[in-house]
Design a protein around this ligand. Structure first.
Ligand code: SF4
Ligand code: SF4
Length: 146
């Protein structure tokens, strides 16, 4: 293969998009709405409990629910994540899943997943080529795992 998929596409001119053009969160909160989407790792539970000044046990019993086989953040009466209040109230320690979004492995499996995810996330740019999206997602994921 001639191209390195993990390298950022080289702009051909000043108007060419870069990886910074791929995603810009509008803070709309749409991804924080709905039940069962945000699962918690054990590290998430520890970090959020510490941030809130409570115990992991109290966090689990007071702020989470079971969805299928996974423990997820509970949904508030307004339909949003229980930690949403116009902003994410646990932003510094928000779950791994929230920190990763939208740079997730599923996009590397099939770039169409990026376009499907973008239907519910206005911050995701779909006006880019599949190659560009793939390369930039791979690059962002690599950076986050460093
Ligand atoms: S739906 Fe997308 S743009 Fe809106 S808050 Fe979530 S990540 Fe940001
Ligand atoms: S933890 Fe924060 S970013 Fe994640 S779904 Fe809840 S409010 Fe949104």
């Amino acid at each position: 293969m001639e191209s390195d998929q993990k390298s950022e596409p080289k702009p051909e001119s000043k108007s060419e998009p870069t990886c910074d053009d791929l995603f810009s969160c509008t803070l709309c909160g749409d991804c924080c709405k709905g039940y069962g989407g945000t699962y918690l790792t054990p590290a998430d539970v520890e970090a959020i409990a510490d941030y809130l000044g409570t115990t992991p046990q109290a966090l689990v019993s007071g702020y989470t629910q079971i969805s299928g086989t996974r423990r997820v953040i509970a949904q508030g009466a307004n339909g949003y994540c229980i930690f949403w209040d116009k902003v994410c109230t646990i932003h510094p320690v928000k779950p791994w899943m929230c920190r990763q979004w939208p740079f997730i492995p599923a996009v590397l499996v099939d770039v169409n997943n990026w376009r499907a995810m973008a239907a519910s996330c206005p911050g995701m740019n779909t006006e880019l080529t599949d190659e560009h999206i793939h390369a930039c997602v791979a690059k962002k994921m690599t950076r986050r795992s460093e």
